[in-house]
Design a protein around this ligand. Structure first.
Ligand code: NAD
Ligand code: DAU
Length: 345
């Protein structure tokens, strides 16, 4: 059965806000718990203003979390709050350990106390394919792939996954875990490759491609991720892990070229094609070569199907940034202007 009362941690972030918009439209009761870090953008929830409650709080604060559970009385927590950017984890790993590891353990303790009084409760943990490490030219990550994280970000997410499984195996807390590939779409914070490249194109700035642009990521439109999260919440089995991805592997250079070609059509540039702005820069330290998800468990057991291909999703995304400078302009001007992160070790 679909959960009626949902806590969404990190609900002002990129994926969390897409989930909150959907849950609100479906008429669920939603409490967003978000610290509003540099990546938390309340304006991402403008479409559903008045339909959710917001608790501005740190998931590491045990007593605030205990109170949030007791007062809101959730059927589910969707746990998305995290430090999410690999490059920032290279510059400053401490905050990643604090929020992603300590924060997850704190939330698990609050959830455990709440579940002991409310046995229908489910803890749903949102994680990443980066915990599996890097693939060579062949093969896919399955749910049985051993963990082998390389960056401080992915190591902290791997630790959080282990904590969630430990609370299930030791205390019996009902949990579900999903590990998803690279998301993209509207309201994506412009430190990540796709929104950064779109906005640098519009500003006529260089498009930074790490190394030779040959690293491969498996791209999923954010609303397809959200549909998977809702399906796993409704129909997933206790203690199970589901990988989420739509078989959309692209090299980084292909991604940048696709954005340039879309903008050449939708917003032609007087000075010449956008691809003239492509600039090869120093590689990311410890850069994983290739990620690719095998989503067959989610597809075969729960019937999930993505609605967007990379071609349709990237077009929608570019159009969204062209039409919504009210959202990104203040971020570029006041929070993060697009400078290089994570290059120095
Ligand atoms: P994001 O960086 O856009 O948003 C993170 C949100 O968490 C922000 O609103 C921030 O304010 C909040 N937050 C951070 N620290 C907090 C704390 N201590 N207490 C409360 N709130 C805090 O991240 P995202 O891209 O939306 O990712 C959401 C989740 O999905 C993360 O757990 C991430 O690891 C996972 N994930 C992301 C992707 C992707 O491609 N973006 C893919 C797979 C999994
Ligand atoms: O795979 C899932 C992960 O995807 C999530 O767990 C992370 O939260 C999310 O940030 C994302 O991680 P990546 O490191 O893959 O995303 P990012 O957009 O930072 O980089 C995508 C690829 O593009 C990566 O190979 C590095 C490269 N890149 C990135 C930036 C920011 C560039 O070439 N130039 C850039 O300027």
């Amino acid at each position: 059965m679909a959960s009626k009362r949902c806590i969404v941690t990190g609900g002002c972030g990129f994926i969390g806000s897409a989930l909150v918009r959907r849950l609100c439209r479906e008429g669920r009761d939603v409490l967003v718990v978000d610290k509003l870090t540099y990546a938390g953008v309340k304006e991402s929830l403008k479409e559903v203003d008045g339909l959710y409650d917001l608790l501005v709080a740190d998931i590491c604060d045990q007593s605030r979390m205990d109170r949030a559970f007791a007062e809101f009385r959730p059927d589910t927590v969707f746990h998305l709050a995290a430090e999410s950017h690999v490059d920032r984890s290279i510059d400053g790993p401490g905050e990643f350990v604090r929020t992603n590891v300590v924060g997850t353990a704190t939330l698990l303790q609050s959830a455990l106390a709440w579940w002991r009084k409310n046995p229908a409760f489910v803890f749903q943990h949102i994680s990443t394919d980066e915990v599996y490490g890097s693939l060579g030219a062949e093969g896919f990550f399955t749910e049985a792939t051993p963990y082998s994280p390389h960056s401080p970000y992915s190591a902290s997410k791997a630790a959080s996954d282990h904590l969630v499984r430990a609370w299930h195996d030791t205390y019996g807390l009902p949990v579900r875990i999903t590990n998803c590939s690279n998301n993209y779409g509207p309201y994506h914070f412009p430190e990540k490759l796709i929104p950064l490249v779109i906005l640098n194109c519009l500003d006529g700035k260089p498009l930074p491609v790490y190394g030779k642009g040959a690293n491969v990521r498996d791209w999923l439109y954010v609303e397809d991720h959200v549909s998977a999260l809702c399906l796993v919440n409704e129909k997933g089995a206790d203690g199970e892990t589901y990988n989420v991805g739509g078989h959309n592997e692209r090299t980084n250079l292909e991604v940048v070229q696709a954005i340039c070609a879309t903008l050449d059509e939708l917003r032609p540039r007087a000075a010449g094609p956008y691809s003239d702005l492509i600039t090869y820069v120093a590689d990311r330290p410890g850069h994983d070569l290739r990620y690719a998800i095998d989503p067959s468990k989610l597809m075969d057991t729960l019937g999930w199907r993505p609605a967007e291909s990379f071609d349709t999703g990237i077009r929608k995304t570019v159009r969204w940034y062209l039409d919504n400078d009210w959202w990104w302009r203040p971020i570029r001007e006041q929070r993060y202007a697009g400078g290089r992160l994570g290059a120095k070790v």
